[in-house]
Ligand binder design. Structure first.
Ligand code: HEM
Length: 156
């Protein structure tokens, strides 16, 4: 789709379209596909609706996601490689899918949220120092984003 025809992520139907397109690519990905298909033996009829709820909760505070993303990924660590290359690939595919389908404020928000969560999940499940909280390593954009998350949390 070219830029002129892309619109922003406006609600649940857009999220479902994004999630379906993303996991279609992931299932066939040489680095990540087998983790879902062979290691976790993912039941897509369960996982896809869960991910619609997850992203709807993040973008619009509706969707009712209930789960434990850290535990879901931590259990994969002894079974397969879950390092930086895997998270970088996940994020590259996610970002490319968002950019292919959508453009706008929510498209930017979902990419930022995905990048932050990829860093946090990667760090936590591998026991590495959390780059997110090492202020000296943050870009000015990340500092502004984390400050706005904190402000939103305090306001809740
Ligand atoms: C190396 C990258 C990643 C791999 C290989 C991966 C793989 C998986 C797998 C196998 C599951 C379990 C699916 C099942 O039930 O069979 C899962 C669940 C999930 N993943 Fe990922 N994932 C990755 C990165 C991410 C990132 C960066 C996010 C968030 C931005 C994310 C969000 C989730 C959520 C919300 C669930 C459901 C958790 C729950 O059941 O509570 N994943 N992932």
């Amino acid at each position: 789709m070219n830029t002129a025809t892309r619109h922003d992520i406006a609600g649940r139907p857009d999220i479902e379209h994004l999630v379906n397109t993303f996991y279609d690519k992931i299932r066939g990905d040489d680095l990540l596909g087998f983790i879902f298909n062979d290691v976790a033996k993912t039941d897509w009829a369960v996982h896809l609706p869960k991910m619609y709820a997850f992203w709807e909760t993040i973008l619009f505070r509706s969707g009712g996601f209930v789960g434990n993303p850290l535990a879901a990924h931590a259990r994969l660590v002894p079974l397969t490689a879950m390092g930086r290359p895997q998270f970088d690939r996940w994020l590259a595919v996610f970002t490319a899918t968002v950019d292919e389908l959508f453009a706008g404020e929510n498209a930017e928000r979902i990419k930022n949220a995905a990048a932050d969560m990829a860093n946090v999940i990667h760090a936590k499940i591998n026991g590495v120092e959390q780059a997110r909280y090492d202020f000296s390593k943050l870009t000015p954009e990340q500092r502004a984003r984390y400050a706005s998350y904190k402000a939103a949390e305090t306001a809740r």
